[in-house]
Design a protein around this ligand. Structure first.
Ligand code: AMP
Length: 146
């Protein structure tokens, strides 16, 4: 049996995220693994930043949407007991940043939802599909209840 040591949960804050969060918590618990979380900012304009910019969670901003995403990520972090230095908010393309972080942080399991904000009409959501094809490690695509 494979024992995962570092699990990365990718969250998009869609309504379905609750189910995926529970699964990630269970997996981390089962394997006594380190759990990190990532949210990639892909839906708000950030013209002054390069793709791949990590936004520190104590970064003061008047950008209302960025504040909302920061708070949502912190909320998930608190719920799952993820330490602040394992909560990642990154500006960029979800597939690139999720797979890039997994590589950089020696993640051995990425958890995504089978569908999220981009993929409700598809068999497998677009981000889920991209991550499955490019991840440097195992990927668990959690099937969401209909
Ligand atoms: P999608 O394929 O875009 O429908 O989303 C499927 C899953 O990919 C979601 O349930 C999340 O786990 C992950 N995901 C999608 N977009 C993002 C994002 N911007 N940041 C982090 N994870 C994401």
């Amino acid at each position: 049996m494979t024992f995962y040591q570092h699990i990365l949960l990718a969250v998009d804050f869609s309504e379905e995220s609750g189910h995926i969060k529970l699964k990630a918590a269970e997996m981390a618990n089962k394997f006594a693994a380190k759990l990190s979380i990532i949210h990639v900012l892909d839906n708000i304009p950030m013209p002054d930043m390069n793709y791949g910019t990590i936004i520190p969670l104590d970064y003061e901003t008047e950008h209302a949407l960025l504040e909302i995403e920061k708070n949502q990520l912190n909320h998930v972090g608190e719920e799952l007991n993820v330490p602040e230095n394992q909560r990642w908010l990154i500006w960029g393309n979800p597939k690139d940043e999720i797979c890039g972080l997994a590589e950089k942080e020696s993640v051995d399991l990425i958890i995504v939802g089978s569908h999220g904000r981009h993929g409700l009409a598809l068999l497998l959501g677009s981000t889920a599909n991209d991550v499955l094809h490019h991840a440097p490690c195992d990927v668990l695509a959690v099937r969401l209840p209909k």
